[in-house]
Design a protein. Structure first.
Length: 296
């Protein structure tokens, strides 16, 4: 059986088809609504990350992507001590890293100026809250004169420790606060103008500052390290503020990948409300969201 339509009817059908096509294109659910349908290339993004919390968060993103059917695939390579992941990204052995904060990256760039035009950040994600802990004293005021305090043995985190002591009124430094400025990021023991309790600072590697906590008067510990060593943030003598904190962890990649649809989709997930809720629900205040897309 066949049907013949008049010219007017055919025009109406064509118009209806066009309207339907436009409606389909403009009403595709967005990722922000939790119902992404657009697909991306199936080749996995290879991302170097610290196991907790960054690796955990990337695995959570993979779960979200699988549920959404967005097609995003991630291969998480967990951090190994001493591995230069920026070099691996630069040399195309990895696509991105999620293991460093901006001050560390700036320090790395000063030692590797050839990478200045090749690497870039796609997003900020979180801050590992830095704190002063003690298994011997209940308050910073209880730490005795002349006590030995474990501090970072690398410049990128040392200012965080000294600023906490200054905020507690136990030191006076040449700079007023941790504002991310070059002057603040260069603070070290030479910047101490007053140390009335004559504390002795013992430079110590990151994980050892947590392991040696029972044997020290007090120790400065990164949030992610405290988390993996069973330390409660509520037991901290003092914690740095998360507000306008310059030590947010960054997703770093090659500049050419900033337009890659897989990376763009990853950034959308990482900066979304579900990841913020995941961070707040799982990390007890050690880790706080600091989400911002840095894509062009």
């Amino acid at each position: 059986m066949s049907f013949t339509f008049g010219r007017s009817t055919r025009r109406k059908l064509l118009l209806a088809s066009a309207v339907a096509a436009i409606a389909t294109m403009t009403s595709t659910p967005s990722l922000a609504q939790g119902s992404a349908k657009a697909t991306v290339p199936s080749t996995p993004l290879q991302i170097y990350a610290t196991p907790t919390p960054q690796g955990d968060i990337l695995r959570y993103v993979q779960k979200l992507a699988d549920e959404d059917g967005s097609g995003l695939k991630l291969k998480v390579i967990e951090a190994s001590q001493g591995l230069d992941y920026n070099q691996l990204v630069l040399k195309r052995d990895l696509d991105a890293s999620l293991a460093q904060h901006q001050p560390y990256f700036n320090s790395w760039l000063r030692a590797h100026p050839e990478a200045n035009d090749s690497l870039a950040h796609a997003a900020t994600l979180l801050v590992n809250i830095f704190g002063l802990y003690s298994s011997k004293y209940k308050s910073v005021k209880d730490i005795p004169d002349g006590a030995k305090i474990l501090v970072p043995n690398e410049q990128t985190n040392l200012p965080r420790a000294l600023f906490i002591l200054q905020n507690e009124g136990l030191l006076k430094l040449t700079h007023t606060g941790s504002d991310g400025s070059p002057a603040a990021l260069s603070i070290d023991e030479k910047s101490i103008q007053a140390n009335p309790k004559k504390f002795e600072f013992v430079p110590t590697e990151t994980r050892l500052r947590a392991k040696a906590l029972p044997d020290a008067a007090a120790s400065f510990i990164n949030g992610d390290i405290a988390l993996t060593h069973g330390i409660d943030p509520k037991s901290a003598l003092s914690l740095e503020s998360p507000d306008k904190n310059p030590y947010a962890n960054v997703l770093t990649t090659r500049r050419e990948l900033l337009t890659d649809p897989r990376l763009k989709l990853l950034v959308t997930y990482l900066t979304g409300p579900k990841v913020a809720a995941y961070i707040n629900d799982n990390y007890k205040g050690f880790i706080v969201p600091a989400q911002q897309s840095l894509l062009p």
